[in-house]
Write a protein that binds this ligand. Sequence first.
Ligand SMILES: Cc1cc2nc3c(=O)[nH]c(=O)nc-3n(C[C@H](O)[C@H](O)[C@H](O)COP(=O)(O)O)c2cc1C
Length: 197
Amino acid sequence: MLKSERIKKQSWKPGNVLWPGPVVLVSCGGTQDWKPNLITIAWAGSVCSDPPMLSISVRPERYSHAIIQATHEFVVNIPSPRQAKAVDWCGTVSGRNVDKFADTGLTPAKALKVRCPIITECLLNIECRVQKSLKLGSHTMFVAEVVAVQVSSALLDTKGRLRVEKGGLLAFAHGQYFELGRCLGHFGFSVRKHSPK
Ligand SMILES: Cc1cc2nc3c(=O)[nH]c(=O)nc-3n(C[C@H](O)[C@H](O)[C@H](O)COP(=O)(O)O)c2cc1C
C-alpha cells in the first residue's frame, strides 16, 4: 500500500490554518492625540532581513488600527508564557473602553526611536515604523521597518548572544496558547558531519 493511501486526508474549504505561529503584544499610541494602547496579534511575521522588516495584520475595526494608521508606529513586544493571561486579555478588550496597561499591570517605558511605549516586562521589544499599508480584505497588513530593538540581558548568554528561549517561548495554534519546550537542533544540524539520521 502506498504511503499516500495510508495517511488519509480530508479536503477542507480554504481557510487560514498556518499554525503554530507567534503571538505578540503590540503597543501603539502614546502621542498627543492617541493614548497608549496594547493589542494582541497572532498574524505577525518577519518579511525581510535587509532592511529588517516585519508585518502585522490588523482588522480595521480595532482601535489599534486607527492609531497605527495615524501614527505609523508600533512596537512588537515578545511575551513569555507567564504573560499568557495578559496576552489573552489584551486580545479580548478594546482600548476604546479600557486602559490595558493599567488592567494588566504591565509597565510602559520609553522607546528609543518611536513615540509609543515599550512593555518593560517583555524582555524583547521591536520598535517599528510603517512603510506600507496593504488593504487585503478582512485585515490591513502593516509592513514596517524595524528601527530599534531593546533586549534584556536576561536573554543573553555569557558571550552576549541572544538566547530568546531563556524567557520561555509562547506560541499560538488554532485558538490555543502553547509553551514551547524541547530544542531539536541548531540551524544546519542536518548537514553537519555527525548529524543524527
Ligand atoms: C490570541 C489572539 C490573537 C489575535 N490576533 C489578532 C490579529 O492578528 N489581528 C487582529 O486584528 N486582531 C487580533 N486579535 C484580536 C484583537 O487583539 C482584539 O480584537 C483586541 O481587543 C483589539 O484591541 P483594540 O480595539 O484595543 O485595538 C487577536 C486576539 C487574540 C486573543
